[in-house]
Design a protein around this ligand. Structure first.
Ligand code: SF4
Length: 201
């Protein structure tokens, strides 16, 4: 039954989103890391409005490390949680300079040690790096439960279940497709049970 559902879900997602992309705007792995960090409890749209100013100020760890935290905070304020996010941006930029020669580390484990970078943020960056990761955001978590792919008990469980159900070489594309589907169809306006995949299962 779940196998049939997976086949249905994959076929519809592939038709709707043949080439899904990350909706955050970025210029490099470092700026992607900052954009994902800023997107915590904030919409990608808002982050994309803010990051051009931030990246105009500094787009490398060395340049950012030299900017006072207060200046970073003033720019990113519209994203919310600006105190902690500004400290994290400044702190991780300094660490990248000191420990990683100004580069973004290439493993999930190293990414997760950076300030302000939790498992989900690290997974998004890792996924873009081609590392096997399945970042679970609120859309994916909700849809996995609605599509009966996971119990919905926790994001940890959802990630475990989705990694088991989808082939590893499709994790990157599936997570992006599910985010797009969730944004387009599964909004806070309420569920009438009539969206394409939900109807087909
Ligand atoms: S039917 Fe639509 S709104 Fe309801 S759970 Fe499915 S995608 Fe979300």
């Amino acid at each position: 039954m779940v196998t049939t559902n997976i086949a249905i879900i994959e076929a519809i997602l592939d038709r709707l989103y043949p080439n899904p992309e990350v909706s955050l705007k970025y210029e490099s792995l470092y700026t992607l890391l900052l954009a994902v960090l800023l997107s915590a409890r904030c919409t990608d749209k808002r982050v994309n409005e803010v990051t051009p100013r931030l990246f105009a100020l500094a787009k490398t760890p060395a340049a950012m490390a030299a900017i006072p935290v207060e200046e970073i905070r003033a720019i990113i304020r519209p994203c919310g949680l600006s105190n902690s996010k500004a400290k994290a941006i400044s702190g991780l930029s300094k660490i990248l300079c000191e420990r990683y020669s100004g580069e973004v580390p290439q493993t999930l484990e190293e990414l997760e040690t950076l300030p302000g970078v939790g498992h989900k943020t690290a997974s998004v960056v890792a996924s873009q790096l081609g590392i096997d990761a399945f970042p679970v955001d609120t859309h994916i978590h909700r849809l996995a439960k609605r599509w009966k792919l996971s119990s919905g008990r926790s994001v940890v469980q959802t990630e475990r279940d989705l990694k088991r159900l989808f082939p590893k070489d499709r994790w990157h594309i599936r997570h992006l497709q599910m985010i797009h589907y969730g944004r387009e169809y599964c909004t806070a306006r309420g569920c009438k049970g009539s969206c394409e995949i939900c109807k087909a299962l």
